[in-house]
Design a protein around this ligand. Structure first.
Ligand code: ADP
Length: 279
């Protein structure tokens, strides 16, 4: 048994959060995030989002779908003010409207971000990358000290959930693109997030790795009842992995519904009249 496996087996019965079964959505619940009439105009005058409102609930994998330039990334990043809307508000359950630094910090601490380019440090191991992600939960002074054992065990458990326990001590630049993105997922869930935001997480992966990454992300978020918002431009993946699809075109929401409601007419609205992608 390796060191990491031994560490992980020690975890049994320690009361770390356990995975539950997927729970169906409850339409009567209060939204986790409420977006009200937000608009984004970049400094160069580009209107990336025209006024739009939407509610995001727990227990759902929501895909923001649309062609390049539709505003998916801008909307996703507006949800935790990585892009600050020019107008309108984003409100988070339990925190209120994002505005002051304290509310924003609390919201970001509870947000697991997953990026297209992983944003991992290549010369560090998978385990170290996850531990660095956890540092945001401590004060600055904590960064001078070794991480507590409990943190290491939790990081290893997260790596195990994405099937990469045996790569814990491997440098990230020696991992494949798909494995790196799985470390990205492990780093995000290690935050014990209240929501996961993933910005084109499979844009640079081959189809097999893309399916594995999206399947893992969906399954973990469903099991842990974490709402996930994922921006994607690939229709096929949205159909397979989303509970809800929000279709964007030219900065507007042109569709909001389940994958089964994506008719040819809807696709024409999202992508323009290019019927062949519907088949
Ligand atoms: P998507 O994620 O759907 O590809 P984006 O949200 O990245 O779309 O972009 C929406 C629009 O905003 C595009 O026209 C894009 O060129 C523009 N845009 C994105 N980021 C910036 C920026 N930082 N400055 C100026 N324009 C931007």
């Amino acid at each position: 048994m390796s060191v990491v496996e031994r560490e992980l087996s020690d975890l049994q019965g320690t009361g770390e959060p356990a995975s539950g079964e997927a729970v169906p959505s409850n339409a009567a619940q209060k939204p986790f995030i409420s977006v009200s009439e937000i608009e984004v105009v970049y400094g160069n005058g580009t209107v990336a989002l025209k006024p739009l409102s939407l509610d995001l609930f727990d227990d759902a994998v929501t895909v923001l779908l649309g062609p390049s330039g539709a505003g998916k990334s801008t909307l996703l990043r507006s949800l935790n003010h990585l892009v600050v809307p020019s107008r309108g508000t984003v409100s988070v359950r339990g925190l209120g409207t994002l505005g002051n630094a304290q509310t924003l910090r609390a919201h970001r601490r509870g947000t697991g971000m997953i990026f297209q380019q992983h944003q991992l440090i290549g010369r560090l191991t998978a385990l170290q990358n996850i531990l660095i992600g956890r540092l945001g939960h401590y004060g600055t002074w904590r960064t001078m000290l070794p991480m507590p054992e409990g943190e290491k065990r939790w990081a290893l458990e997260c790596l195990d959930r994405v099937g990469l326990l045996e790569k814990a001590l491997t440098r990230c630049d020696a991992l494949s693109g798909g494995q790196q993105q799985r470390v990205g997922i492990a780093r995000a869930i290690a935050q014990r997030p209240r929501i996961v935001l993933a910005d084109e997480p499979v844009a640079s992966l081959d189809p097999a790795a893309s399916r594995r990454v999206l399947g893992l992300l969906r399954d973990i978020c469903r099991q842990d009842r974490i709402p996930a918002v994922i921006s994607l431009h690939q229709l096929e993946y949205a159909r397979t992995f989303a509970d809800r699809i929000i279709g964007l075109a030219e900065g507007r929401v042109v569709f909001d519904g389940p994958p089964a409601a994506l008719t040819k007419g809807v696709l024409d609205r999202i992508y323009g009249p290019v019927s062949e992608i519907a088949d």
